[in-house]
Design a protein around this ligand. Structure first.
Ligand code: SF4
Length: 222
């Protein structure tokens, strides 16, 4: 696979989990640039803030821990920030500046709540790993998801299937973005906890109104 995208084309990597949850939600955020915050997203942000300690690295037991690591892939057309990357001493690893030996990068993503039944968290983590692989020219076989509610680390293997899902989702996101396409509403059980449900609501009620017009009307009415 060759580089397909330029710096200007890169889409936020974190959007891949929104896209898997609901393509319409992703398009409202990234194509129409609407964002409404509810309790769930606020809580998630606070957890992220704890992991998000810029430029901080520490070394313990041969593991170099780097936080808030910016990553990008010009093959996938995605960029973002890894919560934590652990560089573990390994003969399969890469050299690090001003350090002896070789280190294998392992991404770790912090999540609010507990393990989900869908593949959104794994897919986001795998996208981070694929960015790191492209940047560091080294294969990364696995990473970890850390769940705040259960205080539990789950090992995620970056299988060929998961990698294909990341490639397919990023290609589809770029397709929607270049067309400026927002899918029509299609309700599912995730709608109950959706942070954009009230933006979606006029459509759910059957009124033909664009989400962006709805927001403008709300602002005008205040
Ligand atoms: S309310 Fe449902 S359909 Fe609308 S954006 Fe949210 S999850 Fe998607």
């Amino acid at each position: 696979m060759t580089s397909e995208y330029t710096q200007d084309d890169l889409l936020p990597l974190s959007g891949i989990q929104h896209f898997l949850f609901c393509r319409r939600q992703w398009a409202l955020i990234h194509v129409e640039q609407q964002w409404k915050e509810n309790a769930l997203t606020a809580e998630g942000r606070i957890m992220h803030k704890r992991a998000d300690d810029p430029f901080f690295t520490e070394t313990r037991n041969g593991i170099v821990t780097a936080r808030s690591v910016p990553v990008a892939s010009y093959r996938l057309g995605l960029s973002g920030v890894c919560d934590v990357v652990e560089f573990i001493s390994s003969s399969d690893g890469v050299r690090l500046l001003n350090r002896d030996g070789l280190y294998l990068p392992t991404p770790i993503e912090y999540k609010r709540g507990k393990e989900k039944h869908d593949h959104s968290d794994e897919t986001q983590l795998c996208a981070q790993a694929m960015c790191l692989e492209e940047m560091l020219s080294t294969p990364i076989p696995q990473g970890y998801l850390y769940y705040g509610e259960t205080r539990h680390r789950v090992e995620i293997e970056f299988t060929p299937e998961l990698r294909t899902l990341v490639q397919d989702m990023s290609a589809e996101m770029h397709n929607y973005f270049s067309r400026g396409y927002t899918p029509k509403v299609k309700t599912h059980k995730g709608c109950r906890s959706c942070s954009l449900a009230d933006v979606c609501l006029p459509v759910l009620q059957g009124k033909v109104i664009a989400a962006s017009r709805y927001i403008k009307q709300q602002i005008d009415n205040e």
